[in-house]
Design a protein around this ligand. Structure first.
Ligand code: R5P
Length: 312
């Protein structure tokens, strides 16, 4: 038996997931104690069930303890498996020490998550210097890809698209999208000068003038990569771009600033956002349904079962 259990803010995604898989949808209560500490109560029966905690990890710092407490409570209440469904996985970009003394937060975060869950399922984690999650996460992980869904949206909505990646890293997504819909693609050059300061340079794209540029990327974080790319395109005689992005973080007012330069912006619902019209629930539900169910022993060795603290 499976229980889909949303953390606050993830109820809509969790309901879509539960509907897709015809699984039970659970509920929990959370609040802050007067001193600012976190209270968590699981309101659904978890005993003997595979429990999938649904929690996108955009802006994770405020709710992370709540997630860990919920995972621990589910296990302590007798869940057979405690999995994390995080459509957006945070802390993937500080994946090395760029300056002396820096925390390599990708590794620290992975260790924390791995110690609380049996399995992680996520969509397009930002894999740059690592090519997979396995060197970071010590539990089984499923990495899903949204490029086919974005590609299908573009094929249905955009006439004569030219798929453009704003930097070399985006080549993996734009080439997959372009190949699926038989469109041309190009990749721009980006130099990052700081968290919010990027410089984007365009190669000569004139042979595709007349096509609708579609900027595609994995994350809009500060939004400045896409903003700079969108600013440059009209300089080569292109119309305002369409933007297709997997994870719509869009810090501060970056969505409004980008929207002013674009024709349309679309994202997946990995992060709840006004642009999120491409739904991931079906993709994620299929992956949940096909995940092996026999990893219990492995997990139990890594983390022995606890005594249940029953209410008398
Ligand atoms: C490359 O680093 C990524 O694929 C994204 O282009 C980048 O993370 C976007 O960051 P920002 O929105 O802060 O420019």
């Amino acid at each position: 038996m499976r229980l889909i259990l949303p953390l606050p803010g993830n109820e809509i995604f969790a309901r879509r997931l539960a509907d897709e898989g015809a699984w039970e949808l659970g509920a929990m209560e959370t609040r802050r104690f007067p001193d600012g500490e976190t209270y968590v109560r699981i309101l659904s029966e978890v005993k003997g069930k595979a429990v999938d905690l649904v929690c996108t990890l955009a802006r994770p710092d405020d709710g992370f303890l709540r997630l860990i407490f919920a995972a621990d409570a589910a296990r302590n209440l007798g869940a057979r498996q405690v999995n994390l469904v995080a459509p957006y996985l945070s802390y993937m970009r500080q994946d090395r020490r760029f300056q002396s003394g820096e925390a390599v937060s990708s590794r620290s975060f992975a260790r924390l998550v791995s110690s609380s869950f049996d399995r992680l399922l996520t969509v397009d984690p930002h894999l740059h210097r690592y090519s997979a999650l396995s060197p970071l996460y010590t539990m089984p992980t499923d990495t899903l890809h949204a490029a086919p869904l974005l590609a299908d949206w573009i094929a249905a909505e955009v006439d004569k698209p030219l798929i453009i990646g704003p930097d070399e890293e985006s080549d993996q997504w734009v080439s997959a999208i372009a190949a699926r819909i038989g469109a041309p693609h190009a990749v721009l050059r980006k130099v990052r000068h700081g968290d919010r300061h990027v410089e984007v340079k365009l190669p000569d794209l004139s042979k595709w003038r007349g096509r609708q540029p579609v900027l595609a990327d994995d994350i809009a974080s500060s939004g400045n990569t896409l903003i700079e790319a969108a600013r440059q395109l009209p300089l080569q005689g292109f119309v305002r771009p369409v933007v297709a992005v997997v994870h719509a973080i869009f810090a501060d007012d970056s969505f409004q600033r980008l929207a002013a330069l674009c024709d349309r912006i679309v994202s997946t619902d990995s992060v709840p956002h006004e642009s999120s019209s491409v739904r991931l629930a079906s993709l994620v539900a299929k992956a949940i349904a096909s995940a092996p169910d026999d990893e219990g022993d492995l997990i139990r060795h890594r983390r022995p079962p606890e005594e249940l603290d029953e209410v008398k």
